[in-house]
Design a protein around this ligand. Structure first.
Ligand code: GLU
Length: 432
């Protein structure tokens, strides 16, 4: 029987969970689930100065938020300092290392070729002439990353190391240390890195680098996970919407592309929009309510049915919750923002004002303030004035919502309600 697959994700809590690391975690998780193996979480916190509990807490929370649960761990390296020291001393005893003060340093044998058969890149060769002697234990007693990594990966019986290309240069060093400990190295799979659209390292200006930033902005976890899955892997065909569970069924390491991937925030937004569309207004309600309260659009006393109506009206029109807020401000605030250009184009002239003034007068007489009735009045008014209905619709939309985009005007009016609509139209007429 083949050995059970054991993979690990090994974040350093010296910063928040980066999108690139989240993608590494997801690919490891997919492989574990695909093979019926184990996904292990290891915290590489030997840098006591830079490791922070708040980062660790957020990393764990973000993984869970995306639906990535681990089978074993989290194990902290900081709790195993004596183990690394003992292993280093064993290498020292074999005369493969030397001491320099308190530090223990591995002697690299010169002019040797080290081969890696990487599961994504194929064979990669390194000459040890290019590798300096390797610190195993630093003079402060803490292990160097490459050494702790090897000790842990072997003790945890990791079978496959799936990580970013930025670790390729560490791999020959780690292979030497496996040899020094008389251990067989695991399989390696280095994934091409994720870059910004301009080819530069992913940074704030590409739309945020940390998972929590997307979480706070209101992206759906399944949309972010779906997007990251597609960066270097594809379920086949031109399929793009796929959940973690189904991706796990189809995923294999050998199908990871050997090309650099580009982070594209618009694509992520699009996927998020697809997930939003697939949910019901009630499913979206709690998150949207939370967001509205946070942004002070509403307080706790908000009317649930009213909000459900608004969500229903806009569900196919927003890709992120922030966009929802921008589009629907007029439902929650009387001093909603007004698009200046739209105001100048559609409202700043006498004819428009006159027309929406007359529209308001007619609407006042309406008992059933429903979208079809409002539309009927609008069309009749346009006919009697021999103008296109758009001559009433555009200025009305700007007057009551401040925008030129959004849901259907008559539906917006119905949901806003007669009183608000009339007040806003009259205010627009009297504005200079
Ligand atoms: N702590 C390392 C990192 O966050 C892990 C590297 C590895 O997966 O070996 O980059």
């Amino acid at each position: 029987m083949a050995k059970q697959v054991r993979v690990r994700f090994a974040p350093s809590p010296t910063g928040y969970l980066h999108l690139g690391s989240a993608r590494t975690a997801i690919f490891n998780w997919l492989y574990a689930r695909h093979t019926g193996g184990k996904f292990i979480l290891r915290i590489e916190d030997t840098d006591r100065e830079r490791s922070k509990k708040e980062y660790l807490d957020e990393i764990l929370e973000d993984l869970k938020w995306m639906g990535i649960e681990w089978d074993e761990g989290p194990f902290a390296q900081s709790e195993k300092m004596d183990v690394y020291r003992k292993k280093a001393e064993a290498i020292l005893k074999k005369d493969l290392a030397y001491r320099e003060g308190n530090a223990i340093i591995y002697k690299v044998e010169k002019s040797k070729i080290i081969k890696i058969s990487d599961l994504i890149h194929g064979e990669i060769q390194f000459n040890t002439d290019e590798i300096k002697d390797q610190v195993l234990i630093k003079s402060d007693g803490s292990p160097a990353y490459n050494f702790a990594c090897v000790v842990d990966d072997s003790e945890m019986e990791i079978t496959h190391i799936i990580r970013g290309d930025d670790h390729i240069s560490n791999t020959p060093k780690q292979i030497m240390l496996y040899e020094a400990l008389s251990l067989k190295p695991p399989h390696f799979a280095h994934m091409p890195l994720m870059m910004g659209k301009d080819g530069a390292k992913l940074s704030k200006r590409h739309g945020g680098v940390a998972v929590f930033e997307y979480k706070n902005e209101g992206f759906l976890p399944e949309a972010l996970a779906n997007y990251l899955i597609l960066l270097g892997w594809s379920p086949g065909g031109d399929r793009e919407i796929i959940g973690l569970k189904e991706a796990a069924e189809k995923f294999d390491i050998k199908d990871i592309n050997n090309v650099q991937v580009t982070f594209d925030i618009d694509k992520l937004r699009w996927i998020n929009g697809e997930y939003i569309r697939s949910k019901t207004a009630s499913e979206l309600f709690p998150k949207i309510k939370e967001k509205l309260i946070k942004e002070k659009y509403v307080d706790d006393t908000l009317n649930k049915d009213h909000l459900l109506n608004i969500i229903e009206l806009y569900k196919t029109r927003f890709k992120t919750f922030d966009e929802f807020l921008r589009l629907t401000e007029c439902f929650f605030r009387d001093n909603y923002s007004v698009d200046d250009k739209a105001y100048k184009k559609h409202l700043e002239n006498k004819e428009s004002k006159k027309r929406i003034g007359e529209f308001a007068e007619k609407l006042k007489l309406l008992n059933e303030f429903s979208a079809p009735k409002i539309e009927e009045i609008c069309r009749q008014l346009a006919d009697s004035q021999k103008v296109k209905a758009s001559k009433i619709i555009h200025p009305t939309r700007v007057a009551i919502s401040g925008l030129t985009v959004g849901a259907g005007l008559f539906e917006i009016m119905e949901v806003l309600g007669k009183a608000k609509v009339i007040v806003r139209l009259e205010k627009a007429v009297s504005n200079n």
